[in-house]
Each structure stands twice: as C-alpha cells, then as structure tokens.
Design a protein around this ligand. Sequence first.
Ligand code: ATP
Length: 234
Amino acid sequence: MLKLTNIETYYGQIQALKGIHLEVEEGKIVTLLGANGAGKSTTMRTIAGLIKPKRGTVEFLGQNVTGMRPHQLLRKGISLVPEGRAILSTMTVLENLEMGAYHRKDHDVKKDIQNVMKRFPILEERQSQLAGTLSGGQQQMLAIARALLAKPKLLLLDEPSMGLAPLIVAEIFNIIKEIKEDGTTVLLVEQNAKQALKIADYGYVMETGKIIIEGPADDLLKDERIVEAYLGKK
Ligand code: ATP
C-alpha cells in the first residue's frame, strides 16, 4: 500500500532521513520505533506531505505521490495524527470532529460522526465542551476520531500514547487494534515499544535517520538488540 524508497529529507542543511526504505502492507499495523531524534516524526511528516524529501520516492496504492501536498494526500487516503495531537482547543468536540470531514463531498458525514461517537462514548458525552478542557487521553481520542472522519485508507499515528497514564495507554492501543479490524491500515510511531509490537504485524527500528532493524513484530519482541535497547530487561 505504501512504499518509501531511499528517502532523504533535510531541515535546511541538516539531514534528518538518510535513505529510508519502508513498506506498509494493506490491512496491517506497522510500527516505527527508535530513540528521540531518530527521525520517526520526520518520516511521518514526509509521508503526509508536510516536508518534501530531497531524494527518493513515496508510493501510495501503486502511484508515485512524492512531493504531493498534504490536502492531496488526504484526499488519496492518508491521514496524520501528529505528535502533540493538534486539536483545536477553542472549538467544541463536535466542531473538531466536523473539521475532520471538511474536505469530504459525500453526505454521510453526520452518520459517520455518530458512528465515531459510538466508538468513543466520552466524545459523545462531551460533544458541546471546548476541546481544550478535555483530559490528555480524551484529546488523543478526539485527534484519532477526527482523523478517522477523513475516512483514511492509511492512518499515520505519531506517538499517540505520549504523556498518558498506563490505563489510558492500554485503551488507546485497543482502539488502534479495532481500527485495523475495521479495515484501516495503520503506521504507528511509538516510544512504547513493547505495547506497539504486541499489536503490530511488522516493525522497523530507526537510528539517526536510518532503518537499522526490521522484521515481523513477534520476532522483534524476542530480538535481543531490541529487548536491551527498548524493552528493558525482564
Ligand atoms: P522524537 O520522538 O523526539 O520526535 P523523532 O525520531 O521523531 O524523535 P524527528 O523529530 O524526526 O525524530 O527528528 C529527526 C532529526 O531532525 C533530529 O536530529 C532533529 O533534531 C531534527 N529536526 C526535527 N525537526 C526539525 C526542524 N524543524 N528543524 C531542524 N531540525 C529538525
């Protein structure tokens, strides 16, 4: 579904991505792991069209989409939930959800908002409340719900568990599993390596702008290099 070939992305003179190869198969959860500053967010931003790579290609559904703008990629089915959520805090929960579907031309938006609220009952309860007054976990749910209203084929989640309490993190991971079961493909950036690998089908590990390890998630959970660096000793 998604294929990155030899992607090099720069911030000015600083090379953040040094030749990334990465593939996401349709219907799977793929996780991208690595320490702070490894280039995970830059990879997501490159896929979503927020930064143009200097070299390499991004293919989506067999089409070369390198250099396309974020709104074009959104229309093609790529939706990003950025790190830090970026919800509109002075708008209500319902208005935030409506924003998620703003580019859609079909007439199912109302029904889809109702469906999304079934999955996130707390958002239904709080629909008239300003989004900025929600807890961190609720804001993350709102950010994911809003992205789902774009009806993405590929959902990019950048550290959805960041700063959340363990119980809420577990809830978020369950939601990600359900999103996959509903047929949406997921690329998940996480610090929380163990939990991410438990729900993922395949994983990549980045270090200083490169992929250093990749493999089926079950294998990575047992890989000594990963256990030592990211999962902690048992
Ligand atoms: P984190 O989990 O901390 O977000 P990350 O793996 O997502 O880490 P990136 O945010 O992609 O890493 O950063 C990759 C590299 O690019 C880092 O060296 C970082 O300092 C640099 N970088 C990121 N954003 C910018 C920017 N806007 N301007 C200049 N350099 C940047």
